[in-house]
Write a protein that binds this ligand. Structure first.
Ligand code: 5GP
Length: 175
């Protein structure tokens, strides 16, 4: 597939994503059987994953969002800009942070600390994708959809300079 001169190759198709999202929701639901979680999606990248994940949950959930910016093109900027901060309602709650992808770990490390500092009772991380080979900060998500190699991916919410979020499959950008 070629869009605007970028060559895209499907890495994980929509059927595989849907199956794995269901499994993740079942696993999280089991772990939170007696303590309904507050699920916090990280905008913009996690908006589709979050919407699919919460609809597969078997326990009641609360939903909030945080918005951060940490990337420009395919390069990490190494800094995190908070555009919509952690809501006050995290105080005393069992939080599950829902992220599209953990790459260097810088963003997740920052968010984990920020949510903990706001008084969350517990904090777990659910990442659709994990690129452990790129890690700079030692972060291990509690729930991972797919571990992937050091590829830059788009689709299913993930963008390249604001584009391709609407693609239903997760695709690799080829040069
Ligand atoms: P980290 O702070 O872990 O390096 O990066 C986290 C953020 O970088 C993710 O939330 C995501 O927005 C962005 N990111 C990292 N890898 C990729 C990738 O392969 N594709 C896209 N579209 N974004 C990525």
């Amino acid at each position: 597939m070629e869009i605007e001169n970028l060559r895209l190759e499907v890495l994980i198709d929509r059927e595989k994503i849907a199956k794995r999202v269901k499994e993740l929701a079942e696993e999280i639901s089991k772990d939170f059987e007696n303590e309904d979680p507050l699920m916090i999606g990280i905008l913009n990248g996690a908006f589709i994953f979050m919407a699919d994940l919460v609809r597969e949950m078997k326990v009641p959930v609360e939903v909030e969002f945080i918005r951060v910016k940490s990337y420009c093109g395919t390069n990490t900027t190494g800094c995190v800009e908070v555009l919509l901060d952690v809501p006050e309602c995290v105080k005393g709650k069992n939080v599950v942070i829902v992220e599209d992808i953990v790459d260097t770990g810088i963003t997740m490390n920052y968010l984990l600390n920020r949510v903990k500092n706001k008084g969350a009772k517990s904090v777990k991380v659910c990442a659709l994708l994990d690129k452990p080979s790129r890690r700079i900060v030692d972060i291990k998500p509690d729930y991972v959809g797919f571990e992937i190699p050091d590829y830059f991916v788009v689709g299913y919410g993930l963008d390249y300079n604001g584009k391709y979020r609407e693609l239903p499959d997760i695709c690799v950008v080829k040069n």
